[in-house]
Write a protein of this length. Structure first.
Length: 369
C-alpha cells in the first residue's frame, strides 16, 4: 500500500487557481513534467477560464465549473491523444488559468501633443488623458496571440501595446472631430465612444475587449492657457474706462482707511488717471481728428465703516458720523475698542488717528481726584 500511495501522490488530483492579486491575467498551473492524472478534478471559479495546451497545440478551454477530466468533456484532447482507442494515465499537458474579470483604472495619455485645426483659434496642440477597463473575451485566442508560454502574465505586459493603439486613435479622432477646443469638454463621452469603436476590431483580434473607455481631460499647452485666461479676464472686465474709474474709487477708499499713506496713494491714483486721459486707451495718443473729451470725475470716496466691540459682542458697521453722534451721546468713549478694514486688530478709539475728529467736541475724562 505505501508504494501505491506514493505513486498516487505524484499525480495531480485537483487543479485550481486562487488569485490574490489585482493585475494577474494569466497563471500557469505548475507541475513537474506537467503530468495530470486522467480523471483529475478541475475547478474553474467565476471570472476564470482554464486553457489546456498539449504539445504546443491549443486544446480544450473550460469555463466556470467543476470538471472531471475524462474523454467526454475533453474532445480536443481526446482527438490529440487518440483516446478513442484507449487512454493512458497520466497525460502531459500545460494548464493556463485566464482571468476573465474586468481590469479597471488602466491609464492612458498622449506622449506628444496632437496637432489640430481649431475653427476659432486656428492650429493648436492638444493633450489628452483618461482611463479604460479591459477584459479577456476569448481565452484561447489571448493565449495564442499575446501570452505564449509566459507562466505569469500581468496587465503591464499588454498595457503598453493597448496604449499605443488608444493614443493613435485618440489623435485621429481629435484631429478629425472639427470640434472647437472649448466644446470638447462637453463631448468627451461621444469622443470616447468613437475611440472605443475604432480600436475594437484590433483589440478583438487579441481576444480582448474594452468595456469602458473614458477621456478625462483635453487640454491646451500651459502658455496657450495663460493667454486664454487673459482673454477671459478682458471679457469679464468689459469697458476699460469704467473699470479704470472703479479701480480709482477703490484706491481712494483704501487711502481713506490708511491716512498715513493717503498722500502717496492719491498721487498714484491721480497720476494714473491723468496718464489714461492723456494717452487714451491702450496707451495710444488720441487721434487728432476727434476732439478730446474730459473723463468724468471719479465718484466721491465712501465713508470708512467701523465696528464696535462691547461686552464680548461686535456692533456695526457705523460711519464716522455715526461714531461722532455716539460719542456725543456718551455711548462711545475713547476706551471703546473699534476696528475697520485694513486696521491691524482692535484698538482703543482714542488711539486711532482717523477718529480724532469724532472726539473733538467731547471733553476728556476728568482728572483723578
Amino acid at each position: 500500500m505505501p508504494i501505491f500511495d506514493f505513486i498516487k501522490g505524484q499525480f495531480v488530483d485537483v487543479i485550481a487557481w486562487t488569485d490574490d492579486t489585482r493585475d494577474t491575467m494569466v497563471w500557469r498551473f505548475e507541475r513537474f513534467g506537467h503530468e495530470i492524472k486522467y480523471g483529475a478534478k478541475l475547478t474553474v471559479r467565476e471570472g476564470q477560464a482554464a486553457v489546456f495546451v498539449h504539445e504546443g497545440q491549443l486544446a480544450d478551454v473550460f469555463g466556470p465549473g467543476l470538471y472531471q477530466l475524462e474523454t467526454n468533456n475533453m474532445p480536443i484532447m481526446t482527438t490529440l491523444q487518440n483516446w478513442h482507442h484507449g487512454f493512458q494515465s497520466p497525460f502531459k499537458s500545460e494548464v493556463y488559468f485566464v482571468s476573465t474579470t474586468r481590469f479597471t483604472d488602466q491609464k492612458w495619455g498622449t506622449k506628444n501633443p496632437v496637432m489640430c485645426r481649431d475653427p476659432e483659434f486656428g492650429p493648436v496642440r492638444l493633450r489628452a488623458f483618461g482611463t479604460y477597463a479591459m477584459r479577456v473575451t476569448d481565452p484561447g485566442l489571448f493565449i495564442k496571440e499575446i501570452v505564449g508560454t509566459d507562466g505569469e502574465f500581468t496587465t503591464d505586459e499588454v498595457n503598453n501595446q493597448i496604449r499605443n493603439i488608444v493614443v493613435q486613435e485618440v489623435s485621429r479622432v481629435l484631429a478629425s472631430s472639427k470640434l472647437p477646443v472649448l466644446d470638447m469638454a462637453a463631448n468627451t463621452g461621444d469622443l470616447g465612444k468613437l475611440v472605443r469603436d475604432a480600436i475594437d476590431p484590433t483589440i478583438k483580434a487579441y481576444g480582448l475587449s474594452l468595456p469602458e473607455f473614458y477621456i478625462e481631460n483635453v487640454s491646451l499647452p500651459e502658455e496657450v492657457e495663460r493667454v486664454l485666461d487673459k482673454r477671459t479676464s478682458m471679457g469679464i472686465v468689459g469697458d476699460l474706462n469704467r473699470f479704470g474709474q472703479f479701480s480709482a474709487a477703490e484706491a481712494m477708499t483704501a487711502a481713506a482707511a490708511n491716512p498715513g499713506a493717503a498722500g502717496a496713494g492719491m498721487g498714484t491714483v491721480l497720476g494714473l488717471g491723468l496718464g489714461q486721459a492723456a494717452a487714451g486707451p491702450w496707451g495710444q495718443a488720441p487721434a487728432q481728428t476727434a476732439p478730446a473729451h474730459a473723463a468724468p470725475p471719479p465718484p466721491p470716496p465712501q465713508d470708512t465703516q467701523w465696528h464696535v466691540a462691547e461686552g464680548g459682542q461686535t456692533k456695526g458697521p457705523f460711519s464716522s458720523r455715526d461714531l461722532q453722534r455716539m460719542a456725543q451721546e456718551g455711548s462711545l468713549s475713547r476706551d471703546t475698542q473699534v476696528w475697520t478694514a485694513g486696521q491691524d486688530g482692535w484698538k482703543r478709539a482714542g488711539d486711532v488717528g482717523g477718529l480724532a475728529s469724532v472726539f473733538a467736541q467731547v471733553p476728556p475724562p476728568p482728572p483723578a481726584g
